[in-house]
Design a binder for this molecule. Structure first.
Ligand SMILES: Cc1cc2nc3c(=O)[nH]c(=O)nc-3n(C[C@H](O)[C@H](O)[C@H](O)COP(=O)(O)OP(=O)(O)OC[C@H]3O[C@@H](n4cnc5c(N)ncnc54)[C@H](O)[C@@H]3O)c2cc1C
Length: 472
């Protein structure tokens, strides 16, 4: 009799659902346990909703250049109506509808692929089976040859600034707002804080960004962070650097954020974006022998295997490897390829491209100043400002650049940073160059459309080539 591998996955986000699709295509019997909704936090509350909100914010930001481009706003009808602001209730309804529709699409694909979806809260038993608390109060036991844990993370909460869902909010609660916050305080200037601060400012809120660090986007390319912070300030955002929030309290329809040095900041709403914690509690991990890292994430190797419990794999944010939907999905796929005996390439984080959806966007791949020493002897770099790019001039876009990194000796492209509108799309050729080990010369000699922002990628490569030659 042919043995069919039975795989039980806990968590239906990209780490879990992508793995389920791959495993079932490979002939496994797959059960996916999800307590809230298929698509996970990624689809229902985090990635998809925030990017949908930002789509509206992007259109609003584009009006910044309206006057320069000769567009009259106010008296002129745009698509049948004058632009006078944003109806946040409508924006949020669209956000939620789109998220639920995507969740339904994913559930349908899973069902079509033969994956059994079980609604409930899953946990490991000590002998590494999966027990599920079902909505009707009963408990079901699922036998598993292989288990994948993809339970994600949740917003970190600060006891002195607990979200109330009305005026003190975390990033999952903002979509319940019916009206635009007139004065929004965003606490936290990492990717999530920066994206929401930029979006709400574009939508029309007066935004104060409270950052505990010297600059916004700590941990990202310093030149990119500098551009973004100066754009934020130019548009009127109040950015409080080196200011750590100690508490946030409500006072009627106001919120007061007190900083550690005693200063206070007042607004109508506050959004707490101070990081996340892995969903590892009540999962039976200790009893099943699944070890955690020092940060409390599930410890995995590069093929997503738990480093301590045979037959257990983990993927996505709960591993703390890189908190990105694309990485979660890749870890999930790799886990299944490995578990089911397929050829597999261990995950290579040096090839991951990511994007910060601010205006302008900040896209990054591979080696950058943020993950290497600035003066590392192993790399050359060239930064080309976009204000000389003809397409950028036509679009009245002045803030941004293309930066390329190449390895000394081999002259292969190892990384890049782009700050530009739609940088998320522009980074792809650099990602391909990194992935395929293309040389600076190869990238420099590829045709680009004239006029185009991507022309600056080839131009940066030409200048990097010339710089290297000058050094020789
Ligand atoms: C505001 C925001 C914006 C983001 N934007 C982007 C972006 O633009 N691009 C990008 O690549 N990434 C983005 N991310 C990151 C991205 O959302 C995560 O990397 C991604 O969701 C990780 O997927 P996952 O499968 O690990 O977990 P999740 O998507 O969090 O899914 C985990 C699922 O597990 C379920 N679960 C947990 N415990 C149990 C249990 N015991 N039993 C059953 N089910 C359980 C949860 O209900 C949840 O549905 C963003 C994150 C945030 C916070």
């Amino acid at each position: 009799m042919v043995h069919v591998t039975r795989i039980v996955i806990i968590g239906g986000g990209p780490g879990g659902y992508e793995a389920a699709l791959v495993a079932s295509r490979l002939g496994a019997e797959v059960v996916l346990v999800e307590r809230e909704g298929v698509g996970g936090a990624s689809v229902l509350t985090d990635c998809v909703p925030s990017k949908t909100l930002i789509a509206t914010a992007d259109v609003m930001s584009s009006f910044e250049s309206a006057e320069e481009l000769g567009i009259r706003i106010g008296g002129v009808s745009l698509g049948g109506s004058c632009v006078t602001g944003v109806n946040l209730d409508r924006v949020n309804r669209r956000v939620k509808n789109l998220a639920s529709a995507q969740s339904v699409d994913i559930a349908e694909s899973l069902a079509k692929a033969g994956v059994q979806i079980v609604k409930g809260r899953g946990r490991l038993t000590p002998d590494r089976q999966v027990e599920v608390d079902l909505p009707d109060g009963t408990v079901a036991l699922y036998h598993a040859d292989v288990i994948l844990l993809a339970t994600g993370v949740r917003p970190r909460e600060v006891a002195e600034a607990m979200p109330d869902g009305e005026r003190i909010l975390n990033w999952k609660q903002v979509y319940n707002l019916k009206e635009l916050p007139p004065e929004l305080i965003v606490v936290g200037s990492g990717v999530t804080g920066a994206e929401f601060a930029g979006a709400y400012q574009a939508l029309g809120s007066a935004v104060t960004l409270v950052s505990s660090r010297d600059r916004v986007l700590p941990g990202e390319d310093a030149d990119a962070a500098e551009v973004l912070e100066s754009v934020f300030r130019r548009r009127g955002m109040r950015v409080l650097s080196r200011s750590r929030a100690a508490s946030a309290v409500r006072d009627g329809d106001r919120v007061i954020v007190t900083l550690e040095d005693g200063r206070t900041v007042e607004g109508s709403h506050v959004l707490m974006a101070v990081g996340s914690l892995p969903n590892t509690e009540d999962l039976g991990l200790e009893e099943a022998g699944v070890e955690l890292t020092k940060t409390g994430h599930i410890d995995v190797d590069r093929v997503s295997r738990s480093t301590s419990a045979p037959g257990v794999y983990a993927a996505g944010d709960v591993t703390g490897v890189l908190l990105l939907a694309s990485v979660a999905a890749m870890q999930g796929r790799i886990a299944m390829y490995h578990a089911l005996g397929e050829a597999v390439w261990p995950i290579n984080l040096k090839r991951v491209s990511s994007n910060i959806f601010t205006s302008p966007e900040v896209a990054t791949v591979g080696q950058t100043n943020a993950n290497a020493h600035h003066d590392s002897p192993g790399f050359n770099e060239y930064k080309l400002a976009l204000d000389s790019n003809p397409r950028a001039k036509m679009l009245d876009f002045k803030d941004g650049f293309v930066k390329l990194f190449s390895r000394k000796g081999s002259d292969t492209i190892v990384g890049g940073v782009i700050v530009a509108p739609r940088a998320s799309e522009l980074i792809h050729p650099i990602t391909m160059a990194v992935d395929l080990h293309l040389t600076v010369d190869q990238v420099a000699s590829v045709f680009t459309v004239y006029p185009s922002l991507s022309g600056s990628i080839a131009e940066a490569a030409r200048r990097l080539h010339a710089d290297v030659k000058d050094e020789d």
